[in-house]
Ligand binder design. Sequence first.
Ligand code: ATM
Length: 222
Amino acid sequence: MKKGCFIVFEGIEGSGKTTLTQELYLILKKKMDVKLTQEPTRNTPTGDLIQKILTKKKKVPQKTLALLFAADRLAHVENELLPWLNEGKVVICDRYLFSSLAYQGAMEIDLCWLLQINDYEVIPKPDLLFFIEIPVDIALNRIDKRPSKTLFDSFDFLNKVQKIYKEILIGEKFQIEKLDGTKSVDFLIEKITQITSEFIKRHNSDNLLTKKSSNSPEHNKT
Ligand code: ATM
């Protein structure tokens, strides 16, 4: 039974998502038991293979890549996400299922098949999802400054990805917060911190996730 709080960040490459996940992690870490993670995973057999494909060192058919992302996710869910959530931790995840729907969907792969291979009915749903929206030309400008290029760095493709993101998120029942990725990092950090703190307060009345403060009565016992 999931007791923790599952926070997911989604958006196209260059939206600023990774910076925001890291900043939110550092802020929450001071007050609660929080884990920061990402998909595709790093230093795992599937994650390493996916990185080679993304950086064009290996090539596989598009449906094979979709299956690899799904395999990577299912292992991530079983080995890390579920155990952490069951222990009552706050988990911040940089990309999740919705990246598969948007990116692999933009490769014309059928969305129903993507939901099926990702075990949509079974995997944990986010409690709170931040979607960072940004004009594709601004995102591409940011990506251009990076040393390595990936399979997906083209205007038309990212445009399609962002459009699918917006379509698929409409029907979801969990809390979705859309953010304007052109705003300053400081503004965005303040906003996500405020939204997350309020969310945790509202949904975590038994204080399972909160670290005991150093001056709490419990801590002062001798
Ligand atoms: P990160 O750079 O956020 O680690 O993601 C790597 C790439 O993997 C990213 N695109 N680029 N460039 C998005 C892509 N991706 C998918 O295509 N499907 C997925 O399911 C996931 C998790 C990521």
